[in-house]
Design a protein around this ligand. Structure first.
Ligand code: FMN
Length: 188
């Protein structure tokens, strides 16, 4: 990429990883953005850490990984506020049905959901990934519609082979995610 046009250079990008089988795919996103000289902060839910170790993301982002809302080693400010204040963008990928539901309901009961609640929806990009039955569930669809109306940006999942069967629900491709981030940062 031409350095003069590198919109990622020096940008503070948060990547929130939630508990889905596609969590491993976020490693490539983190690695790519770090190589583009963005400053990456990874946040992981407890469920996400069942799928991939925080060590993978710590190593690829060259930064500590944030997991605990009540960690008290982060200066004086509450860390969710400090994190939210310094981020240019937050990508949630993969976004579980659970985190989508929590955001839509205003629930802030862990670090990821509390940081999201501290951010303006316009800087949050949500890339859902789940089984087709979960994705097409009326409650999940209702939550997505509501969040879009409020101003959250979604990167729609794709159709294809899923862990259980085939259908819509695959995490958007790496290229689509990077391109969406690039466009969003260019506009901002
Ligand atoms: C093997 C396995 C795979 C899962 N894959 C997904 C998934 O792809 N998408 C999803 O929304 N939930 C998935 N779940 C369920 C979530 O992990 C669960 O709802 C969890 O509470 C999400 O928590 P979080 O949103 O705090 O990360 C999976 C669970 C298991 C055990």
């Amino acid at each position: 990429m031409n350095k003069a046009k590198n919109v990622f250079l020096g940008k503070e990008i948060g990547i929130a990883i939630t508990g889905g089988i596609a969590a491993y795919k976020s490693a490539e996103i983190v690695s790519c953005l770090h190589k583009q000289d963005a400053r990456i902060t990874v946040l992981m839910t407890r469920a996400a850490r069942e799928f991939v170790s925080h060590l993978t993301f710590q190593t690829l982002s060259h930064n500590r990984v944030f997991t605990d809302l009540f960690a008290n080693d982060y200066y004086f400010d509450p860390q969710h506020i400090a994190l939210a204040e310094r981020l240019n963008l937050l990508l949630i990928a993969p976004a579980s049905a659970n985190i989508i539901g929590k955001i839509a309901s205003g629930i802030a009961d862990d670090l990821v959901s509390t940081v999201v609640m501290s951010l303006n929806p316009s800087v949050v990009i949500i890339a859902p990934a789940m089984n087709e039955k979960m994705y097409l569930n009326a409650i999940v669809q209702k939550n997505i519609t509501l969040l879009k109306k409020i101003g959250y940006h979604f990167i729609e999942p794709e159709k294809g082979k899923l862990v259980c069967g085939e259908g819509i629900g695959r995490l958007a491709s790496f290229d689509r995610i990077i391109e969406t981030l690039r466009k969003k940062l260019s506009r901002n």
